[in-house]
Design a protein around this ligand. Structure first.
Ligand SMILES: Cc1ncc(C[n+]2csc(CCOP(=O)(O)OP(=O)(O)O)c2C)c(N)n1
Ligand code: SF4
Length: 278
């Protein structure tokens, strides 16, 4: 007789924490949370083997709502935290979450170097083209003519960053764009991103109901990329730059060796303490 206890499959709800999200009703980040729990359940990742690291912002609250290890860190500094963790604990599935403000303003430099480093982790950026948490300042992805009556009454007048192009130029080895209005496709993309051996960037169009209500129209404006995923960076750049920014789907995937420091896991905590002792 087989006496081993049957393995109970984890469901999406098992990855939800008991903390209730405080996002505004209709915020796009709810769909990212749902996609993340569904993707983790699809992959049946043990919760204690997953670590979700974030910065600061409405989007960066994600780790609180997921029942895995998590760290709600410092604004724009999720990548060095995540890189340190992955260096010391390579067996963990490490996810990084942020908004466009956290990821491309204060954290822009860290984002670029995380792409270049190509450690095996997944970055989910929830892009609503605004700083939601701090009440509607323009972000690096805000259109130049977007007017906020108090803070940018004449628009920024500046060109905006194109996250997928930046990721490609900086060396990310997996890039896709998803939309929080299509949670099924978002889940599929996230499963693929986590499965990619290397630094995966999932750029999610995730509307801010409160400061960008016009983004409700994104539902009608998104459309799939015309071409399937490519491993050719030149072709990927052509597609990204020839796009209106509203195409969704898998853009680029390339398999090259991941960067993983060889001896990081062998350094003891006691040795580190000794080194930093003053
Ligand atoms: C060092 C520092 N500077 C500024 C802030 C204020 N701040 C908190 S969240 C945020 C921007 C958040 O925007 P985004 O990352 O786009 O996330 P969203 O809230 O839109 O999801 C800013 C500027 C801070 N917390 N710490
Ligand atoms: S302010 Fe915007 S981004 Fe923040 S929770 Fe509300 S809808 Fe979401």
């Amino acid at each position: 007789m087989d006496t081993t206890a049957p393995t109970v499959a984890l469901k999406a709800k098992d990855y939800k924490s008991t903390i209730k999200p405080i996002w505004c009703p209709g915020c796009g980040h709810f769909a990212v949370l749902a996609a993340a729990t569904k993707a983790l359940a699809h992959l049946q990742l043990p919760r204690e083997q997953v670590a979700l690291i974030s910065g600061i912002g409405c989007s960066s609250r994600l780790p609180a709502y997921i029942d895995s290890y998590g760290f709600h860190g410092v604004h724009g500094r999720a990548w060095p935290l995540a890189a340190g963790l992955k260096a010391a604990r390579p067996e963990l599935t490490v996810l990084v979450a942020s908004g466009d403000g956290d990821g491309f303003s204060i954290g822009g430099n860290h984002f670029l170097h995380a792409c270049r480093r190509n450690m095996d982790m997944t970055y989910i950026v929830m892009d609503n083209e605004v700083y939601g948490m701090t009440k509607g300042q323009a972000s690096p992805t805000t259109a130049p003519d977007w007017v906020h009556s108090k803070m940018t009454p004449h628009g920024t007048g500046m060109r905006r960053f194109q996250p997928a192009a930046m990721a490609l130029a900086a060396g990310a080895t997996w890039i896709a764009r998803g939309f929080s209005g299509d949670p099924t496709e978002l889940t599929r993309l996230l499963v693929a991103a986590i499965g990619h051996p290397g630094f995966a960037v999932l750029h999610v169009l995730s509307p801010c109901q409160t400061f960008r209500p016009e983004q409700r129209l994104w539902k009608e404006q998104v459309h799939p990329f015309a071409d399937p995923v490519t491993d050719d960076p030149v072709e990927a750049a052509r597609r990204i730059h020839g796009d209106d920014g509203m195409s969704v789907g898998h853009i680029f995937a390339q398999e090259i060796p991941v960067w993983q420091p060889r001896n990081a896991a062998t350094v003891s905590v006691a040795a580190l303490e000794e080194e930093f002792h003053v």
